[in-house]
Design a protein around this ligand. Structure first.
Ligand code: CDV
Length: 348
């Protein structure tokens, strides 16, 4: 019996700062209706799908941004989305800003803010939660930038690892679904942690500007798309998994985001790609048995991985200078501080 699931990336056009969640949710329900007509069983919505990408806006008092966060899920405003998905029996992945009173690693109970996504079953149950680990951008207003990217101001790094869950979805009795958010897709470590849990389908949402907004130099817009797709296609191939990458697209609060949502197979091929800068549903039939070839041959991790050689991946953050060659054969000492991390490094 082939294990086929019909999936969709539900790309969203811009959501302006003044627009309410109610409008965003209505648009998402329209996309779910289209998904239902096309026989879709699982839909991926973008990162921060309910609001504008607010980390581009600097607010001195972070609490002034609290109206962009969700304290409960579902809430009164998002309940219609859950109800529509349940009516159609469609599972979904939804990105949103989460605010919660939660104990931190020291045990102190405090208000915490995360860039979060949830995986919801076709019956409306929340199956899995993920909090974005790789937060790009900066924490303080940066006058050099053309647009601010204040994810480090508005969110803490996620504390739930990179989770995978085996769950029924659509007509399948079980498949392994993993989650990541936006900038995570550029980090092979994130993909590998999912791969090491046997992931078969990676759900990810993103918001990526068409231009480099750091003010640090020109980056051609087509290369911005290329690097996004290169990362997703490589991650899917190297971990023998399908991936559904769903974007926010178009001009939001005067800032252009490149869209180009894609669905990728375990060979790293693009199966479907969005071509508009608006709300758009792209779909694909994913035969999960296509994951088997890669997982049992070139990427049979249990046969071929060499973790004894991978120590620096978890032992250090930044690059350190290599040993220096000398004719006498003596190795001069390495100089950099292994644990150092620039205070407010930018990454976009
Ligand atoms: N939302 C993001 O994480 N965006 C980053 C941009 C800023 C580079 C991304 O990796 O797409």
């Amino acid at each position: 019996m082939p294990r086929i699931i019909t999936v969709a990336a539900a790309q969203l056009g811009p959501i302006q700062r003044a627009e309410s969640r109610q409008i965003a949710v209505e648009r998402m329900i329209r996309l779910l209706e289209r998904a239902h007509v096309r026989g879709v069983e699982f839909v991926v919505f973008p990162e921060l799908a309910l609001t504008t990408f607010f980390p581009r806006h600097y607010l001195e008092d972070v609490a002034e941004a609290d109206h962009w966060y969700e304290a409960t899920m579902p809430s009164d405003e998002t309940a219609p989305l859950f109800a529509a998905a349940k009516r159609f029996g469609i599972g979904f992945h939804l990105g949103f800003a989460e605010i919660v009173d939660e104990a931190d690693e020291t045990g102190a109970l405090r208000r915490r803010r995360f860039n979060t996504a949830i995986l919801v079953s076709g019956k409306g149950d929340i199956l899995l939660k993920y909090r974005k680990v790789h937060l790009p951008g900066h924490a303080e207003f940066d006058p050099r930038r053309t647009t601010q990217h204040l994810e480090k101001r508005y969110f803490e790094p996620g504390n739930l690892g990179f989770p995978v869950i085996r769950t029924p979805m659509g007509g399948l009795s079980g498949l392994n679904i993993g989650m990541m958010i936006c900038n995570d897709r550029r980090w092979p470590e994130a993909w590998r942690v999912l791969g090491l849990q046997g992931v078969e389908l990676v759900a990810l949402g993103y918001n990526t500007p068409s231009t480099n907004t750091t003010g640090a130099g020109f980056e051609a817009p087509h290369l911005r798309v290329f690097h996004s797709q290169l990362s997703i296609q490589a991650g899917a191939y190297q971990n023998a998994t399908f991936a559904i990458a769903s974007a926010k697209a178009g001009v939001e609060d005067g800032n252009e985001m490149f869209g180009h949502s894609i669905i990728v197979n375990p060979q790293g091929e693009i199966m479907a790609q969005a071509t508009s800068w608006q709300d758009e549903l792209i779909t694909a039939d994913c035969d999960l048995d296509q994951c088997t070839l890669g997982k049992t041959t070139v990427f049979a991790f249990d046969k071929h991985r060499r973790p004894e050689a991978y120590g620096p991946i978890t032992a250090q953050i930044g690059a350190i200078a290599p040993a220096v060659w000398s004719r006498e054969g003596q190795i001069l000492s390495r100089t950099a501080d292994v644990a150092s991390r620039p205070a407010d490094s930018d990454a976009d």
